[in-house]
Design a protein around this ligand. Structure first.
Ligand code: PMP
Length: 312
């Protein structure tokens, strides 16, 4: 089945979903977006959207920051998403990309006010983004994380992702798997598309929300799982660069990255240089939860299909 997109208030085949070259968001990066994973559960023949409501609540928050009038409620947005999945008939892991953006086709207008807004949503098949099994090698980037007073990371603004792609490109071209960016004052902020966690003395440590991070939905989910299921508390505070080098364990969290262990930073082994025990336990738990296999957390998983898919 050809995939569909939702654009200008209607469902259209993805290949026909086009925007004009003078679109404000294209010229100036004035859109905000989300990334939502749909995780295929082969036993149940169902796709579970992980924390779709929270992602759409964050899209509303980002839109407020960019003065985008997002007319669709969280429920409308969830309904559009499940309809797109129905129409695409996906039977694998997927990624949902909603973008609320300044849609006026107008050049030379450096402003947010008095412009039109629109919503685009599309869905693509999506496997692993980083290798979740082996433990990746991160580079402390030479690119600093955007400051809240420059371009707020707290909102998922399309233009802000140039910062992430500069860092990720430098990391990959230098032979690493991912970048970790520091704030302007030298504290650990986040990965190009992930939050950072350290394990130290049996506790989790993660940068505070005021260290220019996107406040990740996976981040808060993992903090909750760690506390409820493992009795492991998380401390949110500023982290020095050298704490990365001396931690017992390290991992990244994010919609695309899931929970990915980091076993080396800047050519130095983290802890034993192997995936650590707390990281391993949390990752196992997390993967069961996102596929809708843990009853207690099924409220985090929105089934995409009203009727279970028949066997192909
Ligand atoms: N930081 C950045 C810069 C991101 O792009 C993402 C991915 N959305 C995250 C952190 C993780 O956020 P979440 O867990 O909500 O996907």
């Amino acid at each position: 089945m050809p995939p569909y997109a939702y654009l200008k208030n209607q469902f259209v085949p993805l290949e026909e979903a086009k925007i004009g070259v003078m679109t404000h968001a294209f010229l100036y990066g004035t859109g905000c977006f989300e990334g939502i994973r749909g995780n295929w559960n082969a036993d149940e023949r169902q796709i579970y959207l992980f924390r779709a409501r929270e992602h759409y609540e964050r899209l509303h928050q980002s839109s407020r920051l960019l003065k985008i009038k997002l007319k669709h409620s969280v429920q409308d947005l969830c309904n559009i998403t499940t309809e797109l999945i129905e129409r695409g008939d996906f039977q694998q892991d997927i990624y949902v990309r909603p973008i609320a953006y300044k849609s006026s086709e107008i050049a030379g207008n450096l402003r947010l006010h008095e412009l039109e807004d629109d919503l685009l949503v599309f869905v693509i098949p999506f496997g692993n983004y980083l290798d979740p099994n082996k433990g990746i090698h991160c580079q402390v980037s030479s690119w600093r994380r955007l400051d809240d007073n420059v371009l707020p990371s707290r909102a998922k603004i399309t233009g802000g992702y140039v910062n992430s792609v500069l860092a990720k490109t430098e990391a990959i071209e230098s032979g690493f798997d991912e970048a970790i960016m520091l704030t302007d004052d030298g504290h650990v902020s986040e990965g190009s598309g992930e939050n950072v966690f350290l394990v130290q003395g049996g506790k989790l440590i993660t940068p505070a929300v005021s260290d220019n991070i996107l406040v990740g939905i996976t981040r808060s989910s993992v903090m909750e799982l760690a506390k409820n299921e493992l009795g492991v508390e998380t401390v949110e505070r500023s982290i020095d660069r050298t704490e990365l080098y001396l931690a017992d364990e390290c991992f990244l969290t994010g919609t695309a990255a899931h929970l990915t262990p980091v076993t080396r930073v800047d050519h130095r082994p983290v802890g034993s240089g192997q995936v650590g025990p707390i990281t391993k336990k949390l990752q196992g738990l997390y993967f069961d939860v996102v596929r809708g296999k843990v009853k207690k957390y099924q409220g985090w998983c929105l089934p995409a299909y009203a009727k279970v898919k028949a066997k192909a």
